[in-house]
Design a protein around this ligand. Structure first.
Ligand code: NIG
Ligand code: FE
Length: 415
C-alpha cells in the first residue's frame, strides 16, 4: 500500500457507531462513538483507521487528506425499508387525503397500492429502472449508501419478476448498495378481490419458487394488517418463504394491532416494521428476539396520523430499534432519512444519538449485513456520509433540509 492509495478524511466530529455486527439495544443504542477533531483513514475501500486528526497525521504523514472542518462524518445511512421502484406519484389520492379521506378508505375504494399496481403493470422494465435510478440518486445525495428495495406493485408473477429484475439491474451498478425484498403480498390485486385465497396460493406456490430460483430477492415481506393480509394468510406465505430460503420481514401492526410483531418473532423475521399499534405482548416478544423493530415515523407524519410507535418503551424494554423512510408514492414520499431522524427525536422521544445509531448500525442489522456496514469501525466498508454541520445533533435539529455535503462509497467519492 503506497501512501497515495490511502486517503484521510478529517472532520470536526466523526461518529463510528461502534459495536460490530448485530443490533444495538438499550444504552448501546445511544453510543455514537463520537471522536471530536477526528479523522478516518481509508484504504482498499475499507476503513483502515479512525482516531484523532493528530494521531492519524502522525501515523500516515504523507497520505492525501480531505479537510472537512465544520462537518460531521458518519457511517453512510442505511435505509432498511423502501418501495423505491414505482411509476407515478399518487397526487389525486393526496388531495383526497388532504380533504380527510383516510389511507385505508382510499385503498378500499380501489386506490392506494392497487393504483400503483395498475400503473406499474403498464410500464417497461427499462422505464422502471430509469425512474428508480433518479430517486435512488436523490436518496444517496441525502446520505444513504445502502437501501432495501421491495417489489409489491406488480402482483402477477411476471410483473413481480419485472420489478425484481429492475431492482437487480440497479444493484448491479456500482454506487448505492441495494438489498432486494419480494413483497408479492403487498395487497390483494383487484382481479382477485373475490378470490383472495387463490391469490395467497399464487404467491406461496408460484411466485415464491420463481423468485427463489432466480435469486432475485433475499427477503420476503408481507403487509399484515386488518383489511390487507390476515395473520393466517401471512403465516401461509412466510412458511413458503422460509421453505424457499427467503428470510421473512413483516409490515406489522401499522394502524391496528393484529399480532404482527408476535408473528414476526415466531418466524425469526429480520424485522417487524411500522408498529404504530404494537401490543404489549408484541413488545415483549420483540425484546426476547433477534427481530429488529423498524420504525417509520415519516409515514405517520405524511398520513396525518397520531399513532406513533412507542419507541421509548421499545428501547427501554431492550428491543433493537431501527429507523427507515418507507419511501413510496402513497404513504411516505421522502428519500430523506435525516428528516425521519428529526421525527424520531420530536415524535418518538428518541435522542439524536439513538436516531443516528438506528439509521446506521441498526438499519444494517435489520438487513442482516455483517460486514461492518452502518459503522466506521476498522475493517468496515468505507461508506461515509459528510454532513455540513459541526455537531451531529444539528442534523435532526435543523430539520427539513439536506445537510449531506459529500458521500464516499467503498472509499470512492460519489457525491
Ligand atoms: O409501508 N404499508 C404498506 N406499504 C407501504 C405503502 C405503499 C403504498 O401506499 O404504495 C407502507 O406504508
Ligand atoms: Fe412499506
Amino acid at each position: 500500500m503506497t501512501e497515495s492509495e490511502r486517503l484521510v478524511l478529517q472532520a470536526t466530529q466523526v461518529l463510528t457507531c461502534p459495536g460490530g455486527a448485530g443490533a444495538r439495544r438499550g444504552d448501546a443504542l445511544s453510543n455514537v462513538g463520537l471522536v471530536e477533531d477526528g479523522a478516518v483513514a481509508i484504504a482498499d475501500g475499507r476503513v483502515e483507521a479512525v482516531g484523532k486528526k493528530a494521531e492519524l497525521r502522525d501515523r500516515f504523514p504523507d497520505a492525501p487528506r480531505v479537510d472537512l472542518s465544520g462537518c460531521v462524518l458518519s457511517p453512510g445511512l442505511i435505509d432498511s425499508h423502501t418501495h423505491a421502484v414505482f411509476g407515478a406519484w399518487r397526487l389525486d389520492e393526496y388531495e383526497l387525503r388532504c380533504a380527510g379521506v383516510p389511507y385505508m378508505e382510499i385503498a378500499k375504494r380501489g386506490g392506494g397500492i392497487n393504483a400503483s399496481v395498475a400503473d406499474l403493470r403498464r410500464r417497461s422494465e427499462e422505464e422502471l429502472v430509469q425512474l428508480a435510478r433518479g430517486r435512488l440518486r436523490r436518496m444517496l445525495e441525502h446520505g444513504t449508501t445502502t437501501a432495501e428495495v421491495k417489489s409489491g406493485y406488480g402482483l402477477t408473477l411476471e410483473d413481480e419478476l419485472k420489478m425484481l429484475r429492475a431492482i437487480r439491474t440497479l444493484s448491479d451498478e456500482d454506487w448505492i448498495d441495494i438489498v432486494p425484498t419480494f413483497l408479492g403480498a403487498h395487497s390483494i390485486p383487484s382481479e382477485y378481490k373475490e378470490r383472495r385465497a387463490e391469490y395467497v396460493e399464487l404467491v406461496a406456490q408460484q411466485m415464491m419458487p420463481a423468485v427463489a430460483e432466480s435469486r432475485l430477492a433475499i427477503f420476503c415481506d408481507v403487509f399484515m394488517e386488518p383489511g390487507v393480509f390476515t395473520p393466517g394468510e401471512t403465516r401461509r406465505i412466510l412458511e413458503s418463504a422460509v421453505g424457499h430460503g427467503l428470510v421473512p420481514r413483516i409490515h406489522a401492526d401499522e394502524f391496528e394491532s393484529s399480532g404482527g410483531a408476535e408473528l414476526a418473532c415466531e418466524f425469526g423475521a429480520a424485522s417487524a416494521d411500522h408498529l404504530g399499534a404494537v401490543s404489549d405482548s408484541g413488545i415483549a416478544a420483540l425484546a426476547d428476539s433477534g427481530t429488529v423493530a423498524t420504525l417509520l415515523p415519516g409515514t405517520l407524519l405524511f398520513l396525518g396520523k397520531e399513532g406513533y410507535p412507542p419507541a421509548r418503551k421499545l428501547i427501554d424494554r431492550g428491543v433493537a430499534v431501527a429507523l427507515a423512510t418507507d419511501f413510496n408514492p402513497g404513504s411516505s414520499p421522502t428519500v430523506n432519512l435525516q428528516v425521519v431522524m428529526s421525527l424520531a427525536c420530536s415524535r418518538l422521544s428518541m435522542s439524536p444519538a439513538e436516531a443516528f445509531v438506528a439509521a446506521t448500525a441498526n438499519g444494517a442489522a435489520a438487513l442482516r449485513l455483517s460486514d461492518g456496514s452502518g459503522t466506521l469501525e476498522v475493517g468496515a466498508p468505507a461508506d461515509i456520509a459528510a454532513f455540513g454541520v459541526p455537531d451531529y445533533r444539528l442534523v435532526p435539529y435543523l430539520y427539513g433540509t439536506n445537510h449531506c455535503v459529500a458521500v464516499w462509497k467503498r472509499g470512492r467519492r460519489i457525491h
